[in-house]
Structure formats: C-alpha cells, structure tokens
Write a protein that binds this ligand. Structure first.
Ligand code: BGC
Length: 768
C-alpha cells in the first residue's frame, strides 16, 4: 500500500488519481457512519479488484465459536463479532449492455473526498469502457445523523461520447459474510424478500443471537435533473433483490439514480414491525429528497463541530489529522444509546470483532465528556453498570466468589469474548479502568450522585475482585498480585505489575471513601446498596488490609517503580539503538524474543503516571519518563497519546509533538501498515487528549477545579479548542505569543491557568 497519498486539506480527506493498490486502505479511511450504523467506503458499482466489503449496524453481533489451538478451562465459548450486514449501497451498472467495472476501465480524473465538515463521501471520475463508451461519474453518499436508520446515494452518469442506454440495477444483497469468520460460517438467515414499485426490503435474522434486521431501498431516477420514471424489472434471488432500470440517453445527457437505504433492527422494533419501518424510512427519505436530507446532515455536523472542533493554524497536515480523528469518533459513537459502545475499529473494519475494550474508559470518556453533553459520558458508564451481573458471572467462572466482578477484556453483551489466556485471565488491569472511568466522570462533571445511584455497586464488585486476587506473601510481608499482564502485552505472566497493583490499591481506597460519603449523604441509596451486596464493615476492613499493605516493586538506587518484579534483570537497550529493519518488533521478532526483551508496547508504568499524575511529583514523572519512554516501541495505537501528554507536562515539547504526529496521522499515513483492516477509532480519542490535555494542559482532579497550562509546538501558529465543562462552553486559544480564554456561557467560570486562579466572566474574553 502506498503511503502518504492523502492530499492535505483542512476539512476533507482527499485522494486524487485512481490506484488499485490504495482501494482497501481508502475503503477504511473514507468510511462513513452515524453512531448507529456505518460502512467502509466501498464503491456502489461493481469492482472486480481487491476490496474489503463492510457495512455494520451498532449492537448487532454474532457469537462465533471460539477457535484456539489448545483449549484452556475458563476460555469463553465464543467471540462476539460485529456483523457484516446486508449491502444496501450496491448498484450494478451497464452502458449499452456492457457491464461497468471500475477495475477493467480506463479511469481518469479520479477524485475521492470525505467531507468532514458536512459529513458526506463523494467521488468523481471519467471512465472509458473496453467498448469505447466514455462516461463521467459524480457520486455522493452519506448516512444520516438526524435520521439514523437511513442512508442516501446520489449517483450521476454523464454520457460523454455516445447515445444509447444506461442501465442502473440497484440491489440489496443479504448474502454477506464476515471476513473474520472462524469457521467460514454464514451468520445470517434470510426470512423474507419484499418487492414493490421502486422500493423493497429483505428481512433477515442473525443465527444464534436472533437479531432481526430489515434492510430497505427505494429508488428515484432523473434525466438532466428532471425526475423520470422508466419501467422496472425485478429480479429476486435467494439472498438478493435487484431492480433494473434502462434509461435512454443522448450524448451529453446526465442520468441520475437516487438510492435511499435503511436498516432497522429488533433492538428497536418488534420483529413484525421491521419491514414496515424500514420501508417507511426510505419512503420518507425519498419524499424529502436527497438535497434536503443532505441539508439536515450539514446542519447536524455543524452542530457537532461547534464543541468538538480543534483548529490548528500553520500546519495543514496536523489540522487534517485532528479533524479526521474527531470526525471518525463522532461517526462511531454519539452517545444517544446506552446499549452501544465504541469498538476499536468502529464501523470501519472487523478486526477486534468485539465491541468494547478498556479503551472506552481509559481513552474515550474524556473526549465525549468534554465535547458533548454530560449525558453521553454517563451512558458509557451505564453500559458497564448494565453489564455488572455478567461481569460477576465472568469472575465466578474463573473461581471468584461473593459478588466479585471481572469486567471482560472484550465484550458485546457483558460476556468475555477474548480467548488468549495471557489476556483473558491476566490482563486484569482493565477492571481498574472501569472505576477510573467513574472517578474521572465524577471529577469532571461533579455528578457525584452517579455513585450512589449506579457506580457504587460496580465499585464494590471490583474491590471484591482485587481483595480476592491479591495474596499475602510471607516473604515480602506484603500483599502481591501474581501472574498478570499489564497494559504492556509484550510481557505475560509477570508478578506485581506496578500499574495493576497501584490500581488495585487505589480502587479499594476510592470505593471505601465513596462508601463513607454515600453513607452520610445518601442514606437511602446506601441502605439499598448494602442490602443488595451484603457488604459488611468487616469486609471493607479486610479490603483495606490489602490496600494498606500492597507491594510495589521499587529500585532504591534508580528511585524507580518497576514495571514488574525483576524488570531490571532485563537487558536495557534503548529503542533508537535497534536497527530500523527490525521494527515493528511484533512483525519482525519471534514472540519469545519479544517477551524476554525490555521493549514496551504501550504506556504501562507511565499509564499510572497519566491516570494519577497528581499523586506524583514532577521529578518522579521525569525520572520514570526518562527510563521507560526510550524503551517503548509504541506498537499499540494507544501508546503515543499518553506519552505526548506526559512529555508536554514536563516541558518536553519536541517529544510531545513527535508523539502527537504519530497519533494524529496514524491511519492517514498508515504508520503501522494495517489501515486496510480498518481505522484505529479508540486511539483517536487519545489524539484529542494529546491536544487538550497535552498541549492545552487541561486537568480536573478530585478538587473539581478546571485547570490549564497551554503550550504550543514550535511548528504551529496557533491552536484552539472548545470544551463543555459542566454546561459551560469554554474556548481556549493559544498562539506563539498569546493565550486567550473565552467563556461562552451564562455563568462565570473559575479556573487555574498555569497555577494562577482566573475568573472568566460570562461571554467575555480573558487574555493571559
Ligand atoms: C492494546 C490494548 C487495547 C486493544 C484494543 C491492543 O493492541 O494493547 O490495550 O485494548 O489493542 O484497542
């Protein structure tokens, strides 16, 4: 795949010129979505070249039977996969009877654009068929934010050098398979195909999970911008419904097809109402018309950008990178439905088939909290609250008792899907992130009430897990946590991972603090939670014994917390001394060599410093950053952002900027040679954090005070971002010479800027 073919532009992702080599990468990069559904940027017309077809519906999954070489007790039976759904975008095309296939034509002036400001995907190009006909194609497509079950396509063909016949054969194809199916199974059963005049639908259901989905289409045609109606032929096959329209054109004419599509599912309707609902969606869209629907789209995106945008002056590539990240996050999740979450690939691919990882709590919550209404972050927390029973069951399967919960590493419905022992059983730090997400939300929003109402039950179950997972070491006279994998997945089955031990202690202490406050301030909730969980004072004092006596590996001489017991036995050679040809090590080295090496995949001890920066001194942070960053290979997309933030916080701006570029353009420049599989959606929130928390220095700790410490990379003229802080909209602007805050809300807002208290009156600028 060619790198660097995306044309820099502030608001659009642009590809000029057709190169079959780039098709699959572009299918990922130009993906579209509306939080409820989304799809890769596959072509509407036939394409016989290499392509990865993908269309996905939020919350619709299939439990694919686990496939492992050597079964271990405790593995989950299946891996819930986001399902490749029926294709509603397809249009077969023929020119004077010859099938139009982009792969066999001569293509010129090819341009593809993902317009992020307005939320649509466009293409234009000229094609010459083998039979000599030349056509000019202009196509536009989007999935609607306002009508979130509906998508629309406008597709024009201009006859450049012939008079004759253009055939449009739009279809719905429900015979779709997942690329990542474990046993090459088909996941859907077709129940009904409904044909009609210009509109139709297919009702299908997923095997095992029995989700029912109706996929509809409705067609309108135009010739030179005048609506026309031509005879429709209908072809019904076992899994496919096709309508065929033949339009006579003269040289210079433009024949247009409008195709409206809809998915509706049993998540939101009774099975018996699905076909009616999908058909009514496409009918409404057709009546509204493509342009009017597009106008609603443009307004909806303008609204999203109002609080989400980051403006960078003086560096177009950086600007494009950050907007791409913000755009894709909003395409993946809008926070309106607590049953949905943010999959690491969103709607852009199938890898990491399960939907939810600790990425949500550790990386995505800060983004959604600050760019949207507080309710959105709360929905993300409620998603876990609603899955608490499953997390308790999950821990029981592994031998834990008394209501202890282990949240899954990967999940769709609360059950664990991951099936590698070193992750499923050992990467237990994820449980701590669940509590950190609550803590972060409460600090930022001051909505403490979430804890008595929902959060406390989750926290108690997790504190129980840590209490049972730690054991007392006679030799150390401390509690230890053995046999874990930290965030650095390049070391497994280690003992006393500093980050995990720290989180365990902190979770217990925070839970006990919250219990004490709830007992005083929310008596009814306290009684309800205590009676539901059978928690006793005796039990919490047992927890505290573990927390108070937790062991942390520490090297006195280096004044360093160690990633694990014995980390210093490793041969420590900085990454920059590794030959370039040996990187990425996960593609070039044997796994055993990686496991024995000192190389760190992503922030581990430093993830702890990021989460709890306020509990360490700057000197400690510098010391740990200087030891761990040089041996970190950043081979997880989640890595550079944490390092960018910490580097900025200790005044290492060149390092912060280097890490920022790596996160912001990870997919656009395909750093990890894998963008064809889909985009790295969850780490995109980390890119946003790199600007807001990294360069902007935004923090909100337990005291609830908002603080900033804006700095600017030498490469930029200025940057600005907006945050929603407890209903107040605050804009931060930083240039090389100036720093301004604008409070767009009705209340005055108190904050700390570079350690000085500042009061920003309502609707006023303050220049610092
Ligand atoms: C990372 C995990 C992450 C997962 C999904 C892995 O490569 O190591 O920390 O949760 O990707 O993004």
């Amino acid at each position: 795949m060619n790198k660097n073919y995306i044309i820099p532009n502030e608001w659009s992702i642009i590809e000029n010129g057709f190169d079959a080599e780039n098709v699959e990468a572009s299918e990922s990069l130009f993906s579209i979505g509306n939080g409820s559904m989304g799809q890769r940027a596959n072509f509407e017309e036939d394409y016989s070249g290499s392509t990865f077809q993908g269309s996905y519906i939020g919350g619709i999954y299939y439990p694919d039977k686990t496939r492992v070489g050597w079964w271990k007790n405790g593995y989950p039976e299946y891996f819930a996969k986001v399902l490749n759904a029926p294709n509603w975008i397809g249009i077969h095309i023929a020119i004077n009877g010859t099938k139009f296939d982009l792969n066999t034509c001569k293509i010129s002036n090819f341009k593809r654009e993902l317009n992020m400001k307005e939320g649509w995907l466009g293409r234009s190009f000229n094609a010459q068929l083998k039979t000599g006909e030349q056509i000019e194609i202009t196509a536009k497509r989007f999935v609607s934010i306002d009508f979130n079950e509906t998508g629309a396509i406008e597709y024009h063909i201009k006859a450049l050098n012939f008079s004759g016949e253009i055939t449009y054969a739009p279809y719905i194809d429900a015979g779709i398979e997942n690329e990542d199916s474990n046993y090459d199974e088909f996941f859907w059963e077709i129940l009904e195909i409904v044909e009609g005049e210009n509109s139709g639908c297919i009702l299908s259901k997923t095997l095992k999970t029995e989700f029912h989905v109706s996929t509809a289409m409705q067609i309108a045609l135009a010739l030179n911008n005048e609506e026309i109606s031509v005879g429709q032929e209908t072809k019904v096959e076992a899994k496919k419904l096709t309508y065929i329209y033949k339009i006579n054109v003269k040289e210079g004419d433009i024949a247009t097809i409008y195709k409206f599509g809809s998915y509706v599912s049993s998540l939101n309707y009774k099975n018996s109402a699905l076909n009616e609902a999908s058909l009514s969606n496409v009918q409404n869209a057709t009546e509204l018309g493509f342009q009017e629907l597009l106008n609603t789209q443009i307004r909806a995106w303008a609204n999203i950008w109002k609080t989400a945008d980051i403006v960078i002056e003086g560096d177009v590539k950086a600007q494009q990178g950050i907007r791409f990240n913000i755009f894709q996050l909003n395409q993946t999740y809008l926070g309106t439905d607590a049953r949905l979450n943010i999959g690491p690939k969103g709607f852009t691919g199938e890898k990491y088939g399960g939907s939810t990882y600790w990425d949500t709590e550790a990386y995505c919550i800060p983004f959604y909290m600050a760019t949207k209404d507080d309710k959105v972050a709360k929905n993300l927390l409620l998603y876990r609250y609603n899955q608490l029973d499953k997390a308790i069951e999950n821990a029981e399967k592994l031998g834990f008792k008394n209501g202890a919960a282990l949240y899954p590493m990967v999940t769709m419905n609360g059950e664990e899907c991951h099936n590698e022992w070193e992750i499923t059983f050992e990467e237990i730090h994820r449980n701590g992130a669940m509590v950190y997400g609550i803590y972060n939300y409460v600090n930022y929003t001051q909505d403490f009430e979430y804890i008595p109402k929902n959060g406390l039950e989750v926290m108690i179950a997790i504190a129980r897990f840590w209490h049972q997972r730690a054991n007392f070491s006679e030799a150390k006279n401390k509690y230890v946590i053995l046999g874990v994998t930290g965030p650095n997945e390049y070391e497994n089955n280690i003992n006393n991972n500093f980050y995990t031990n720290y989180l365990a202690k902190w979770c217990i202490e925070y839970t006990v603090d919250c219990l004490n406050r709830v007992k005083k301030e929310y008596t009814n909730d306290f009684d309800r939670v205590i009676s539901k969980t059978n928690l006793t004072a005796q039990e919490t004092s047992e927890w505290l014994k573990v927390a108070d006596n937790m062991y942390f590996p520490f090297d006195e001489e280096k004044q360093l917390f160690l990633q694990q017991d014995g980390f210093l036995d490793k041969e420590i050679i900085p990454v920059n001394e590794l030959p370039k040809s040996e990187r990425p090590i996960n593609q070039k080295w044997s796994w055993d060599r990686i496991l024995r090496s000192c190389y760190i995949k992503q922030a581990d001890v430093l993830q702890c410093f990021y989460f709890f920066e306020n509990k360490f001194s700057t000197k400690e942070l510098e010391n740990h950053f200087d030891f761990y960053e040089p041996i970190t290979v950043h081979e997880s997309s989640l890595s550079p952002c944490v390092h960018a933030i910490l580097a900025a916080s200790i005044d290492r701006m060149p390092k912060a900027y280097e890490q920022y570029l790596r996160t912001a353009r990870l997919d656009l420049d395909d750093y990890n040679h894998e963008v064809h599989e889909g985009c790295h959606i969850t780490s995109m929130a980390g890119t946003w954090m790199s600007v807001v928390q990294g360069f902007g220095g935004m923090r909100v700790w337990e005291d609830g005070m908002l603080s900033f410490n804006p700095q600017i990379p030498a490469e930029w003229k200025s940057y600005s971002f907006t945050i929603n802080f407890r209903g107040n909209i605050i804009k931060v602007y930083k240039s090389q010479t100036e720093c301004k805050f604008f409070n767009e809300s009705r209340n005055e807002v108190k904050m700390m800027v570079a350690n000085n208290e500042v009061l920003i009156p309502s609707n006023e600028f303050v220049i610092i």
